[in-house]
Design a protein around this ligand. Structure first.
Ligand code: NAG
Ligand code: NAG
Ligand code: NAG
Ligand code: NAG
Length: 636
């Protein structure tokens, strides 16, 4: 690739970086080969060039002559910019394209709806559009994609069954005659009820079954969802405007008394969640084909092999794909939810349920999570957004409990939070670099990331300069009711908690999954600091946030983390003269645009706009005349 025009700043930096790394390699390799060596998480020594790790990589991209494959990862010869420069540039372009799709009046919005969804908008579309416009909503049809992803398969379910099973559930919000009520006083129901009530005067009659658990519950097999989606596609049509009904049905107090709710066969066996979760993957996917792991006692194997489809030269280029585990069978031993969730109650019967988050293979219908609507201090920073960028510390801060699921003496090594806290602990890294102690549950980075500190054998020292991470509670499952934990006490110290508002005094905020999704994410986005996000969960807002524009995406193995930090912070060793330029301004820019964007599209008003649209679509699905129901005022 050759660029015309003025030389780019980044090219000089990268050339310098490669040069510096190369010189270092020559200088240090012979004398300190042990220091340069990395070992895999299983404790096997990898040779300093990382070739052993290399041969374990099997994807098409790297099934090439070795040097060429390596070059592709490093990007040598394939361009001059740092991969993160390229990712940011591409993301900014795509985002500008998305913004151009904004609709400014209801007719344009309806036309865009028909173009994208292949149906008429639901009845009440004009009321919805008015409400959205009055409340400053940015009207881009793409921002509602998640709704259509979630609701699509319901076109394959009989409307009467949908009405019956929506009503017949333990936790339900009922909307009748523009009033919302709920029999359950569970606090999540009450928060969602509050949100629903705030728009109830514009809603049709409907019943909204709610997931009371942290963990998602509906996991229909891929084959079943595919069958339902074929029905969706075959019924996708636009009736002539004159034949379209423009008002919703009214519902009886208790719909479909004569129908029987199907037996869901709830599976509540404690154990791995991986097996149910992969039901929703394509039958030919690596997840469905891989061996099922049953022991998590050994240090997990951490390799980028299965991450390559969503990486560009080592960094996340397809964020939504990175959250999907169907091509990543190794995640079964790298996430607490798969290893041993807190609780399980799941069914393979495709049936309606609303929830705040889910795995990509779950069939729940996403609502904004209760903590986002409730604005709780521990999730939002209490309205604090932090000091200005230049006054912040050049540091990474993370505090949290050792959640992820039930961690025990023979499985904690696979838990994601444990991994992150360990691999950002400078003492542990130093001991690994010096061969004093093999990593228990993480791996030193591969040479492919060209970390200047690692090349100097100073990854631990460097990480200590900027990483401030730790557990506030070891929440383990050894039967004692304390914050200590027999099986992890030796590896972690318990640190005092820190208010979110104080965390905003640091520039960098990693955001990791716990027992399910991380509820602080919205607070992080709305702050003046920079969220670095890895997750396997989906949320309502996913189609409105752009990675590398509004936040920094990270792979779920976290092996790219040091590379991300080197890109932003740079590296300097006066003694050896090694210098890698940082990109503080790039970090500041993403933090700022993330905050500005969150204040435009993640407000409570935006949750109302999203939820109202979702409920209108859901009410149409439960209507026997659904194929002929729509808003067509613009066509008449
Ligand atoms: C929602 O809750 C808030 C705070 O408790 C309350 O002020 C408001 O009136 C409630 N809104 C509705 C529609 O119930
Ligand atoms: C991400 O990957 C999915 C699945 O392969 C693909 O459909 C989508 O177009 C990709 N998105 C981007 C932005 O490349
Ligand atoms: C925790 O460790 C202590 C000391 O090794 C031991 O006495 C105790 O029985 C252990 N507790 C449990 C619940 O395993
Ligand atoms: C960092 O690692 C050391 C060595 O394993 C350990 O003693 C210490 O408690 C760890 N620090 C934190 C904050 O967990």
């Amino acid at each position: 690739m050759s660029y015309k025009g003025p030389p780019r700043r980044a090219s000089g930096i990268l050339r310098y970086l490669i040069l510096a790394a190369g010189i270092l390699g020559v200088l240090f390799y012979s004398r300190h080969s042990a220091r340069l060596a990395t070992f895999s998480s299983s404790g096997r020594l990898l040779d300093p060039q990382g070739t052993e790790e290399h041969t374990s990589i099997e994807t098409p991209v790297l099934a090439q002559p070795e040097s060429e494959a390596e070059n592709q990862f490093l990007g040598i010869g394939s361009g001059t910019a740092h991969p993160i420069d390229e990712l940011i540039e591409n993301a900014e372009k795509s985002f500008a394209g998305v913004l151009q799709k904004e609709s400014h009046n209801v007719n344009d919005a309806a036309a865009e709806y028909r173009r994208r969804r292949g149906r008429h908008p639901p009845p009440g579309f004009d009321v919805w559009f008015d409400f959205a416009q009055k409340h400053g909503g940015i009207m881009v049809e793409d921002f509602f994609d998640q709704i259509y992803h979630d609701l699509g398969p319901f076109w394959g379910l009989d409307p009467a069954i949908l009405r019956k099973e929506s009503y017949d559930y333990e936790m339900v919000i009922n909307v009748r005659g523009q009033k919302a009520t709920a029999a359950s006083d569970w606090f999540w129901t009450q928060i969602w009820l509050n949100m629903t009530s705030s728009i109830a005067d514009m809603l049709p009659d409907l019943d909204i079954p709610l997931n009371a658990m942290d963990e998602p519950r509906i996991l229909a097999p891929w084959e079943e969802v595919n069958r339902l989606m074929e029905i969706e596609r075959s019924t996708r049509a636009m009736a002539p405007a004159k034949e379209v009904h423009s008002s919703f049905q009214t519902l009886e107090e208790q719909p479909e008394k004569g129908l029987q709710t199907r037996d869901k066969n709830w599976n509540t066996e404690p154990g791995s969640f991986w097996v149910p979760a992969i039901r929703g993957c394509h039958p030919d996917s690596p997840a469905r084909k891989a061996a099922i792991m049953t022991s998590f006692n050994e240090p997990p194997v951490i390799s980028l092999t299965h991450a390559l489809p969503h990486l560009h030269r080592g960094y996340v280029s397809n964020y939504s794909l990175s959250t999907d585990f169907c091509h990543q069978p190794d995640l079964q031993s790298l996430h607490g939810v798969f290893i041993k969730p807190l609780s399980i109650s799941e069914t393979s019967v495709f049936s309606p349920l609303f929830g705040g988050s889910k795995l990509p293979t779950n069939n729940e219908i996403l609502l904004p999570a209760p903590m986002y609507w409730a604005n709780e201090e521990r999730f939002t920073g209490g309205g604090e957004t932090g000091v200005p960028w230049l006054e912040k510390q050049n540091k990474v801060i993370w505090r949290g409990a050792a959640t992820g699921g039930k961690n025990t003496a023979d499985n904690w090594r696979g838990f994601q939070r444990h991994r992150f806290v360990a691999m950002t602990n400078g003492t542990k890294i130093e001991r690994a670099e010096n061969w004093e102690q093999l990593p228990e549950n993480w791996a030193l980075p591969s040479n492919q990331y060209q970390l200047a500190a690692a090349n100097e054998g100073k990854l631990g020292e460097w990480t200590s300069e900027w990483a401030d991470t730790g557990f506030v509670d070891l929440v383990c499952d050894d039967g004692r009711d304390t914050s200590t934990c027999n099986h992890t006490d030796a590896f972690y110290s318990v640190l005092p908690g820190m208010h979110m508002a104080d965390q905003f005094n640091s520039k960098y905020l990693p955001d990791l999954d716990g027992n399910s999704f991380s509820g602080r994410y919205r607070g992080f986005l709305m702050s003046t600091s920079l969220p670095i996000k890895a997750t396997i969960f989906r949320e309502w807002h996913d189609s409105r946030l752009m990675p590398w524009v509004h936040f920094v995406p990270m792979d779920n193995r976290y092996m790219d983390f040091w590379g991300i930090m080197q890109y932003f912070l740079g590296y300097e060793n006066k003694a050896t003269g090694v210098h890698v330029e940082g990109h503080d301004a790039a970090a500041q820019k993403i933090a700022k645009s993330g905050q500005e964007w969150a204040n435009l599209v993640l407000r409570r008003e935006d949750m109302q706009i999203y939820t109202m649209r979702l409920f209108m679509e859901y009410a149409r699905l439960g209507d026997d005349r659904r194929d002929k129901l729509g808003w067509v005022d613009d066509l008449l």
